[in-house]
Ligand binder design. Structure first.
Ligand code: ADP
Length: 483
């Protein structure tokens, strides 16, 4: 399959409005996880180029910040329209580098677009307050200003949506950005930058460096010009970046790992719960931080639920995401496959049953069979770790109090889901779950309007929503005295 616009495949980084190679000439290979084939390369950049990108962002800041929200919003709107026009190419690039089925890739582009549209509009809606004064001769103001140069580091599981979810609120607020996309999936981000350039985004406002994560991350966190870091990735890397950012007290937004409980009460609509679980668990072959990770099913409906779920999972079509009708692509790499194998192996060894799947897929490579195992117990590794693969781990529970305690017994706190038709229980459980986001009778909660983010070790800050732009602004207080 060919791109309609081949110029959207950019194999260079984007710094200060120029498409550039690494100073050393070194490159990193980019491969297709479905078959291991080479797609191309990107520059293997490090500290020096990152410093240049930060300097470019700093130079671009005064003019960008000085524009009105309406002017910045108009450019974001043009970017939005160009992304719409190029959806097919962007989805194809995503499937090639990330593996998710083409229909899902198109869905991600629509989701990515929702943030561009939203923040193009929100750019005009940054309000301040006139506060009641404590003295007759003073007036008190609180107003918001852009935080400055921002760094963004994104993960490979949503190569486009994580970029727009971070970059568009920053740009709308009047900040400039240096982005480091995941080295496994840089082409989606670079294509978005190519379209931003066409939309008239001034040079230096949005920069992308590709290459060595450690070297680039060290510069992004230690350089005092960068006032804010927004990151999506593993909790381990988030913790490291937080430590590195401590030296100059950078502001942080961190979207880290989850360990989402998905609770099916005995008063749930089981058909709806199974559909919701399929959506929550099998999106991107289970490789999202909000995927259901621990599925708690009440003992009265456990056997029925497990049997029906297994039937549904058994017919999922696995294959190369470019093939029509494929619902499950490959895992991102060999390391991901090994992790899933290890977690399933440990659970089976400790007594869980296999309802369906359980093995690497006959297609080979990094494909894994969509699987259902259970009952799982807290002693199994799968109960503690983020699976990040197409495996449902079923737990059995008896009481509401017991399941809430089990659901909250984790250091993570990103998303949680539950199904119940009992209104009083819905309120109780919704409030008792210690999570940043709760899906009630739904397995899909992400959109541009809801605040996305976690508590506990799942991170800091919120993305999207009317709150998201505030992450890129400082609140200034002014006291105007009449004397
Ligand atoms: P995952 O295990 O899902 O790949 P990571 O946290 O390793 O999660 O990766 C998320 C993003 O963080 C990627 O863009 C990756 O390149 C980047 N990253 C990994 N290690 C570092 C680091 N030491 N400094 C900065 N960025 C890093």
């Amino acid at each position: 399959m060919q791109l309609r616009d081949p110029s959207l495949l950019r194999q260079q980084a984007y710094i200060g409005g120029e498409w550039r190679d690494a100073a050393s000439g070194a490159t990193l290979a980019v491969t297709n996880p479905a078959d291991g084939s080479a797609l191309g390369s990107v520059p293997d950049m490090g500290q020096a180029e990152t410093r240049q990108a930060i300097a470019a962002a700093e130079r671009a800041l005064p003019a960008w910040r000085a524009k009105t929200g309406k002017e910045r919003g108009a450019i974001l709107r043009r970017w939005h329209d160009l992304i719409v026009q190029n959806t097919d190419d962007l989805a194809l690039l995503m499937t090639l580098e990330q593996g998710k089925p083409l229909a899902e890739a198109r869905g991600e582009i629509a989701y990515a677009l929702s943030f561009v549209e939203w923040f193009a509009e929100e750019a005009k809606r940054v309000y301040g307050d006139v506060l009641p004064s404590t003295r007759g001769d003073q007036r008190l103001l609180a107003f918001r200003q852009p935080i400055g140069v921002c760094a963004a580091i994104t993960a490979w599981n949503f190569p486009s949506a994580l970029v727009t979810r971070k970059v568009t609120p920053a740009l709308a607020a009047g900040c400039t950005v240096v982005l480091k996309p995941a080295e496994l999936t840089p082409y989606s981000a670079l294509a978005l930058a190519a379209l931003a350039e066409r939309a008239g985004l001034p040079p230096g406002v949005f920069n992308i460096v590709t290459g060595n994560p450690v070297a680039i991350g060290a510069e992004l966190t230690s350089n005092p010009t960068v006032r804010k870091l927004t990151f999506t990735g593993s909790t381990a890397t988030g913790r490291l970046l937080m430590q590195q950012s401590a030296a100059n007290i950078k502001k942080l937004s961190l979207e880290l790992g989850g360990n989402a409980p998905f609770i099916v009460f005995d008063d749930a609509d089981l058909d709806a719960a199974i559909e919701g679980l399929m959506l929550s668990k099998f999106r991107n072959a289970g490789q999202t931080c909000v995927c259901a990770n621990r599925v708690y099913v009440h003992e009265a409906v456990y056997d029925d639920f497990a049997a029906r779920l297994a039937q549904r999972v058994a017919v999922l079509r696995v294959g190369n995401g470019l093939e029509a009708g494929v619902e499950q692509g490959p895992l991102i790499d060999g390391r991901a496959l090994q992790k899933v194998q290890r977690l399933v192996g440990d659970a089976l060894e400790k007594g869980a049953q296999l309802h369906v799947g359980g093995n690497p897929h006959a297609l080979g490579g990094t494909f894994f069979e969509p699987s259902v195992i259970g009952p799982v117990t807290p002693a199994m590794e799968i109960a503690r770790e983020e699976i990040f693969g197409p495996v449902v781990a079923l737990f059995r529970f008896r009481t509401e109090a017991e399941v809430i305690a089990m659901a909250n017994d984790t250091e993570s706190g990103l998303a949680a889901y539950f199904y119940s038709e009992n209104l009083a229980r819905v309120w109780r459980v919704m409030e008792a779950l210690e999570y940043g986001m709760v899906g009630v009778n739904t397995g899909m909660i992400s959109n541009e309007v809801g605040p996305f983010g976690g508590i506990k070790e799942s991170g800091l800050g919120r993305e999207g929503s009317k709150y998201g732009i505030e992450e890129f602004m400082e609140l200034k207080y002014a006291c105007l005295s009449g004397n």
